[in-house]
Structures are given as C-alpha cells and as structure tokens.
Design a protein around this ligand. Sequence first.
Ligand SMILES: C[S@@+](CC[C@H](N)C(=O)[O-])C[C@H]1O[C@@H](n2cnc3c(N)ncnc32)[C@H](O)[C@@H]1O
Length: 413
Amino acid sequence: MNKFLLRDRTEWRTWAIPRRLWEKPIHRWFVFPHSFSSELVYALADEWGLGSDDHILDPFAGAGTTILAAKELGIRATGYDLSPLAVLITRVKSSNYSAQRMEQVLSRLMNNVRRAQLNGTKKQYPELVSKALPGDLLGAFDSIDRCITKASDSKAERDFIRLALLATLPKFSRAVATGGWLKWVTNCNGASSVVSVFERQVRLMIEDLRVVRFPRRTLCKVGAADARVLPDAGPSYSAVITSPPYPNRHDYTRVFGVELMFGFLDWEGTRQLRYQSFHSHPEARPNRPEADGYRAPRRLTRVVSQVRKKTTNRRVHNMLEGYFLDMYLTLREIKRVCQPGAKIAFVVGNVQYNGEQIPVDYLTAEVGEQAGLSCQEIAVARYRGNSAQQMGRFGRIPSRESVVIFKRPGSSP
Ligand SMILES: C[S@@+](CC[C@H](N)C(=O)[O-])C[C@H]1O[C@@H](n2cnc3c(N)ncnc32)[C@H](O)[C@@H]1O
C-alpha cells in the first residue's frame, strides 16, 4: 500500500520542462535541457502564500530558474550548485545590471575584438574543446575571452559578457548536447561569424535588461556548494523549490563538457566534478558525509533486485542505491537549514531499467520522511515516454515526472 497521496496536477505538464524559458527575457540567456519553467515557481509561491518575508532555497540551482523567478516575485533567494557553469549562469541572471553601463562595456570590448587577431590560442585546452571547436573556431573564442578580461574592471560585468560567450559556444560546437548525451555533428557555422553571433547575444541580453522590471530590490545569493553539505549554519529558509538530477545516467559534466573545459576547469577538474556529483550517473563516486540513520527503503531493495536479475551491469545497481542515499543526505540537510513549517518541492522523474519502473517520486517521499520531513503529496506533473531503447524492448510504459511536496515539521515562527 502506498501511504503517500498521489495527486494529478497534469495542468503543470509544460512547466516541468524548459520549453517556455526560451521565450522569456533573462531566463533565455542560457537554458539547461533539464530545467523546469519559472511558471512552476510562480504557482508554488502562490499556493504557499510566499512573500517578501520569505527566503527560498534551491540547492541544485542549474540554470537559475528558481532564483530568477523568486527575484521576479520579490522574494529573497539563495542558490547553490556544484558546477561552476551553473553558478555563473545563476549569478549573472540574478544580479543587477544597468543596460546603459553594459552598452559601454560592449562598445569597449568590440573595439578590442575588432583589433585582435582572431586565430591561434594562448592557452592549452583539453582535447574535447579543440575537437569541438576545430580550425579557427577555438582561436576566435579564445581571443574574445581574452578581450573580455580587459573590457571591464568589474568581475560582475565581465561575467555578464562571459555568459554571452558561453551561450554562443553551442552554436558553433561540433559536440552538441542532445538531452543527456553529446552528439558529434559536422555542419556548423564557421569561425567568420563567431564575432557577429556573439555580439548579437550580448545585445539580446542588454535588451532584456531594458524590458524586465523587478518589483523591488531583492537579495539573491548564489554559491558553489554540495547539496549534501550546505554551508548555512542554521535554519534560514521558509521554502525550497528545486530539482536534483534524475537517475537517468545523464552526466552534466559530459553534456556541458565543452563549456566547462573552455571556461572553468581542466580535464582533471572536470573529472573530479563528475565523481563528486549526485549519484545520478554511473561514473559518480562521491565523498559523502556519514549517513547514520539511513535505511535503504524496502521498495528500493526489491526493485534493484529485479533490475539485478535482468542485467549484470553493477554500475546501474550501485547508481540506484547511491542515488537514494544522496537523496536522503540532501533532504536531511534541507531539514537542517529550513525553518519549522517550511514548504519543500522536489521535482523528480521516474526512470526504467530493463522494463523495471523505479518510482523515484515514492522513494524520494520515503527517504524524505526518514530524514524527518513530512510528505504532503506527490503532484504528478506529466507522463514521459521511456527511452527509444527501452520502448523497443519493453513497449511504451509512461514514467511519471512529479513534484514531491514536503513540509518541515513544526509551526512557522
Ligand atoms: C536538474 S538540474 C537543475 C535544473 C534547475 N532546476 C533549472 O531549472 O535550471 C540539476 C543540477 O544539479 C547540479 N548538481 C549535481 N550534483 C550536485 C550536488 N551534489 N550538489 C549540488 N548540485 C549538484 C548539477 O550541476 C545541475 O546543475
């Protein structure tokens, strides 16, 4: 018997995916294929009656949807993410910039870019980056990057422009992110149009600064942190709206490998990030805090043993076991940093291995209760088809994508 309330909220189906973000000012500066839409944040904030006295946490900030949506609503927000790319995106989207000032920075930058030799690199990049940006492409990106360093003394302003450069990169890269994997393509734009496409991207961002009006100056903070070990000393949040990676084997350090190794990390640093990330892909091998008190849910042990009968791939079993241990550690941290009465929403997706359904939403609800939270409901936002490979072998079995809603016990202060 399931003790958790499963509620149909399929009116949210287009909000669990990022499609709408592509049309929205600021949100569209960089979209992750794994993002949800800001409408989900507006709906939850409305349902929970959040206002200017509240403080929202997103410990898996990704492309910054929750933090920016909170800012749009005038609600204080803090975001963390393990990936330096996600931290940069979220920080730039939620900072305060003046369109006029950024016009000046762009104009100085473009003067330098026009004078620069846009070929040859000064830096040694990992092989993935030079393969993804062959010929003069890498030289063009590297030169613009060097010009950005001289365009402003303000790190925040340089970050704004760097985000534009990172958003331009996929339009030229031979390694294209398709959902969870990198696909190699041959026919892409050539190096001669890098500068104009990049300049267009900066202008689009400046245009967005002109159209968006925030209701008040709201404090938004973003930092690098592991969701299993948050830096906050005590309970400061009244709400959490977040989405951890799904246990679908997608590895963000591979999907965004070109951006990460162009802009932030060397090959070894990227590998360490891969190891330390949530156990949602088989290559993760994170250092975790002690998980005293955690018992793998019986439902998980049962389903993993079914998967085990059908495949000898131990890495998938380890991943599934590690995933819910990570989920427990995260939810335990959330309980520690949330005020009594806080509302918590985790967007999760069920997955299938060898025809076995893994009910990630139920299991998340179960480990959340072990961590001391109280599950209020599992809101089913949509049903997704299984992967083409699974569908071919086991038929079409739709998987739920749900919002698991918890409350931190105790009454609000
Ligand atoms: C599903 S995405 C979040 C998407 C986000 N809700 C949005 O709308 O853009 C999950 C994020 O979790 C981050 N992540 C993975 N492991 C993490 C960890 N241990 N601690 C914090 N963040 C982690 C990934 O870098 C990724 O940005």
